[in-house]
Design a protein around this ligand. Structure first.
Ligand SMILES: NC(=O)c1ccc[n+]([C@@H]2O[C@H](COP(=O)([O-])OP(=O)(O)OC[C@H]3O[C@@H](n4cnc5c(N)ncnc54)[C@H](O)[C@@H]3O)[C@@H](O)[C@H]2O)c1
Ligand SMILES: O=P(O)(O)OC[C@@H](O)[C@@H](O)[C@H](O)[C@H](O)CO
Length: 537
């Protein structure tokens, strides 16, 4: 069985093996979508295929939609070239349930894939055409938090952004420059309304997107590269909205065990591709069953009836609370704790880490003892029930091939949100004492230890990609296991970075706790495990 349009015609070969196939007329849907695009998604990574593409398929199957999704990729074109086009834009979603059963669904809701590359005139012109279409209702994004940044790790405007600021929308090179240029096409054509929906794990994701796009547009107006009306268009919420969202579905990288299951079925397209930009992709994607998507209901050009597929639409304040609950308390801080200590202790599986009594206790402490007392309650989801499901069902799911190494990616970008917000809640609440926190500081100290590129055995540790590694690793290279001489001064250049931690840890009084833990963690081989044991007792 190969994943392409032709092979799907022989439905029985798939169905006999328990594969669920699209039940709609895909050729018709492709044609409808080409003629009247409604939804463009940017960021062709794994979460998109496992979640938005899947719930859209449900609506297509039920006849509640007659148009699919067009996917664009503006950063890593290899994903389109190697994981979409050869498979007629089909994906295979493998859902790994906690009871050990597996659902295999061929997802056909994505009907066109495009490289968002201004040097590729044909495809960029097609994207312009899509943006000009009055029918286009939404553009959604899963491009990682750093995808929204205009600056590099040192806070300097990135070179392609500088060029785009100067050159205008003609031939943009940066991600946000390309997006702004496409939006300019829409403005020039008819200034039709549109929603730009970030679905990334970033605090106030809609605001982040709005700020970045607005910065571009203002710069172009200031330089006289576009007319003033474009800035009015982008800042008019009845024209261009930036709904906030909270998205949740653990979607690990394509996994070798899942690959084997599929190969045993006779499914042939199981190659896992690691692109030059370090994206892990494949014709298949593996994910858990649990899923939550909460979106601010602000779509000035209308939207597909996604609530009928389980998406929760609500007001901005509720989205903010749901996102804060998940990203700063109930899921992502626990994930990052498992990522940092998992890498240090040589783990390669999240569910195995949940069998490690110290690590399980660590996430319980962070979640229940330090996070929950200051959690923001969104009301539409119960924080205690949510964290219970995370700790007792989702993380320990033995069939989920998630790894600490995946989650450790870009940790420097995540700490200020995943822990910084909780720290701030303690600082702001006069009835609480921020210096009473024990376990969040232990995670932050663990991250400094991780940056030494040495695991708890004293062996070399390969770090996951992170835009600040070039800057941070040389600082931590000055620290050696067993040598605590002058440690305060050595780690201060990192520990004092408010941009990383979201707080001035020295002013609020947490730097000493972190430094003390760090000294314990570097005592020698085995010190990471010993420190955890001591702290948890
Ligand atoms: N995987 C999950 O469990 C999960 C769950 C909830 C939310 N998310 C959100 O979705 C994002 C993507 O996750 P994924 O599983 O698709 O990851 P992935 O590695 O499969 O794909 C990453 C996507 O982001 C793009 N990208 C990376 N760096 C970029 C940059 N600098 N500029 C523009 N685009 C860039 C890549 O080209 C690719 O399209 C996460 O960072 C997170 O914010 C993921
Ligand atoms: O996707 P990231 O890199 O922001 O974070 C890694 C994981 O914590 C994250 O992907 C979770 O799996 C996800 O947030 C669950 O919904």
């Amino acid at each position: 069985m190969k994943l392409n349009r032709k092979e799907l015609e022989n439905r029985s070969q798939w169905e006999e093996k328990g594969y669920v196939l699209p039940e709609f007329d895909r050729d018709q849907v492709r044609e409808n979508t080409r003629n009247e695009p409604t939804w463009l998604h940017l960021g062709a990574g794994n979460i998109f295929r496992a979640f938005p593409a899947m719930f859209t398929q449900r609506l297509l199957n039920e006849g509640k939609l007659d148009k699919g999704i067009i996917v664009g990729e503006g950063f890593d074109y290899e994903i389109i070239e190697k994981a979409y086009r050869p498979f007629d834009e089909l994906s295979l979603l493998v859902t790994l349930k906690a009871d050990g059963s597996v659902d295999k669904t061929v997802v056909g809701s994505v009907v066109e894939s495009l490289r968002m590359d201004s040097e590729n005139t044909e495809e960029f012109d097609r994207l312009k055409e899509i943006f000009r279409a009055d029918s286009l209702q939404m553009v959604s994004f899963t491009i990682t938090e750093k995808g929204y940044s205009l600056v590099n790790g040192r806070g300097e405007i990135m070179e392609p952004v500088k060029q785009d600021f100067k050159n205008g929308p003609e031939k943009p090179m940066s991600y946000m420059g390309k997006l702004s240029a496409l939006l300019y096409e829409r403005y020039k054509q008819s200034a039709a309304p549109i929603a730009l929906v970030s679905m990334d794990n970033a605090s106030h994701n809609g605001q982040l997107l709005q700020d970045t796009v607005t910065q571009f547009v203002r710069m172009w107006v200031k330089e006289g590269l576009v007319d003033d009306g474009f800035a009015d268009y982008v800042s008019n919420p009845d024209k261009v909205s930036f709904p906030w969202s909270m998205i949740d579905k653990i979607t690990p990288r394509p996994d070798a065990d899942v690959q084997n299951i599929l190969e045993e079925d006779g499914f042939e397209d199981t190659e896992v591709i690691i692109t030059n930009k370090q994206t892990y992709t494949a014709p298949f994607v593996n994910a858990e069953e649990a899923e939550y998507l909460v979106v601010e209901d602000h779509f000035p050009n209308g939207r597909p009836p996604l609530e009928e597929a389980g998406v929760i639409f609500t007001d901005r304040e509720t989205v903010d609370k749901a996102e804060t609950m998940k990203v700063t308390t109930c899921l992502n801080p626990l994930h990052t704790a498992l990522a940092i200590y998992g890498c240090l202790l040589g783990h390669t599986s999240i569910h195995e880490e949940m069998n490690d009594s110290e690590l399980k206790a660590l996430v319980e402490k962070i979640g229940y003892e330090e996070g929950l007392p200051v959690v923001v309650d969104p009301k539409i989801l119960d924080p205690k029930a949510f964290i219970d499901e995370v700790i007792n069902v989702r993380f320990p799911n033995p069939f989920m091939p998630d790894t600490p190494q995946r989650i450790a990616t870009d940790t420097s970008q995540k700490l200020s949100i995943r822990y910084g917000k909780t720290i701030q809640s303690y600082v702001k609440d006069e009835s609480r004492d921020v210096t009473s926190l024990r376990f969040i500081p232990l995670i932050l100290a663990g991250w400094l230890r991780y940056l030494m590129e040495v695991d708890d055995q004293g062996e070399s540790l390969t770090l996951s990609p992170d835009p600040l590694l070039d800057e941070l690793v040389p600082i931590m290279a000055q620290v050696s296991l067993g040598d605590t001489e002058g440690i305060e001064e050595k780690i201060k250049p990192i520990l004092s970075r408010e941009d990383i931690f979201g707080n001035d840890l020295y002013t609020i009084g947490l730097s000493d706790t972190i430094t003390d833990y760090f000294k314990e963690l570097i005592a020698g081989p085995g010190a990471v495990r010993d420190t955890l044991k001591r702290a948890l007792n």
